[in-house]
Design a protein around this ligand. Structure first.
Ligand SMILES: Cc1cc2nc3c(=O)[nH]c(=O)nc-3n(C[C@H](O)[C@H](O)[C@H](O)COP(=O)(O)OP(=O)(O)OC[C@H]3O[C@@H](n4cnc5c(N)ncnc54)[C@H](O)[C@@H]3O)c2cc1C
Length: 399
């Protein structure tokens, strides 16, 4: 951890008041200033992983904020993680290359054995071991996670994995993967959520021993991949918690993930609104700044208002999460509102820039592509609405 980041984190640990979190925000902004638009543009163009940025954030200690001090992290809680990711995105950077290191370990922390926690969490906290890969989605199951067919079959002291995952992001830049697989087939369990287990797979040992990674080129620079398991044998000690209970373990971590993604959207929204407002003040057409036209100013003002509202919901969700209170409604609502606010802001920012919005050097088109993801992943908008309809409003279950 750098001295400034350490001082900021130390201050926050001992008084998580607004001023201490502001210090962390300031330190994050100054780190991000070392990675300007040109850096991200080049990475985007070459489809390269932003290793230098990930290393700087790791070195500053930001990726270990959710790991308790007893396991080598700073244990600062989700509210601080949210502040960090928001500032990364508001600075024009992108946390997608690293955010999984913050929260994927939650399954190990909550459901792993003491031995697993002691073995892995301190190394994940320092970044010595990268846990960036989370293998849930499969090509045929899609959003219907209980229909996954990747199987883990017990064989003595091992499990043998067969099947395929898709959209496993950062797999080429990760040492470990949290993997969801069926230990009992769906047609042999009483409830479809039963029979699914979670494993912590050491990818370094697995590569070329039954694990193959194939990158997928997408409209954004996201280092996402598809993964094939062909009789991959892993030690039985890789199982997290009890066999067959994995689906519930994964669900436990969803709220944290949604709140963190919401904070990235809130940061994006700030970036787009600031960028649009600055351009609207300076760009002269018809002898006056374009922002003097209400047709230009109002969409920016509306995007700002949407972003502020989404931010409040995100911080409320994080507050409840840190207090150990139920927060599924707030986490889902935050993700919904924030992803819509960032997209509205992106569209407005592009429109405000006219033709220049399409030029790479303004960074608008890149951020526009990047922020669109959040209405699809890690959970699509319809599924959030479905959750709210069924679980909050008591409407009939649709699937
Ligand atoms: C860049 C990227 C990175 C990703 N990273 C990861 C990762 O690291 N790990 C991982 O496991 N996954 C990852 N994902 C997968 C992501 O979580 C899924 O793409 C997402 O959950 C949607 O699933 P799907 O693509 O299978 O869509 P589908 O399930 O095929 O759905 C397609 C569309 O139909 C809608 N739909 C489906 N069923 C219903 C219904 N019952 N009611 C209403 N609408 C419905 C959906 O909302 C969606 O809009 C990533 C995806 C992308 C694009």
């Amino acid at each position: 951890m750098t001295e400034a980041a350490h001082a900021a984190a130390h201050a926050a640990a001992h008084a998580t008041d607004e001023a201490s979190v502001d210090q962390i925000r300031e330190a994050v902004r100054s780190l991000c200033a070392r990675f300007p638009g040109e850096y991200w543009r080049t990475k985007d163009r070459e489809r390269q992983y932003p290793s230098e940025f990930v290393a700087a954030m790791t070195e500053a200690g930001y990726l270990g904020v959710l790991i308790p001090e007893a396991f080598g992290g700073s244990g600062l809680g989700l509210s601080v993680a949210v502040a960090i990711l928001e500032e990364v995105h508001a600075s024009g950077c992108n946390a997608a290359a690293l955010h999984a290191q913050m929260y994927t370990m939650g399954t190990v922390l909550r459901h792993g054995s003491l031995e697993q926690k002691t073995q892995w969490l301190p190394k994940i906290a320092t970044g010595e071991v990268r846990l960036q890969a989370f293998g849930v989605t499969e090509p045929t199951a899609g959003t219907d996670t209980t229909s996954i067919s990747t199987s883990a079959t017990r064989k003595g002291d091992s499990y043998v994995i067969n099947g395929q995952k898709v959209w496993t992001s950062r797999a080429e830049h990760s040492d470990l993967m949290v993997l969801l697989a069926r230990t009992t087939a769906k047609d042999q369990v009483a409830r479809k959520a039963d029979g699914i287990s979670v494993f912590l797979v050491d990818m370094r040992a697995a590569l070329r021993n039954g694990l193959t990674i194939k990158p997928i080129r997408t409209m954004i620079n996201h280092a996402t991949t598809e993964i094939f398991f062909d009789n991959l044998e892993i030690p039985a000690s890789c199982l997290i918690g009890e066999e067959g209970k994995g689906f519930r373990y994964i669900l436990d971590g969803m709220n944290a993930e949604r709140i963190l993604i919401a904070s990235e959207c809130v940061g994006d929204c700030r970036w787009f609104v600031d960028k649009a407002a600055a351009y609207a003040k300076e760009r002269m057409v018809f002898g006056r700044p374009i922002g003097q036209n209400q047709g230009v100013a109002f969409p920016i003002a509306r995007a700002h208002a949407q972003g502020r509202a989404a931010r409040l919901m995100t911080y409320e969700a994080a507050r409840l999460y840190d207090a150990g209170k139920p927060c599924a409604e707030e986490a889902n609502t935050a993700k919904l509102l924030a992803s819509e606010a960032s997209w509205a802001a992106a569209d407005t920012c592009l429109q405000t820039h006219g033709g220049f919005g399409f030029a790479e050097e303004y960074d608008v088109e890149r951020k526009f592509r990047e922020t669109r993801l959040y209405q699809v992943a890690p959970i699509s908008t319809n599924l959030i609405l479905s959750y709210l309809g069924e679980h909050v409003l008591g409407l009939p279950r649709s699937y």
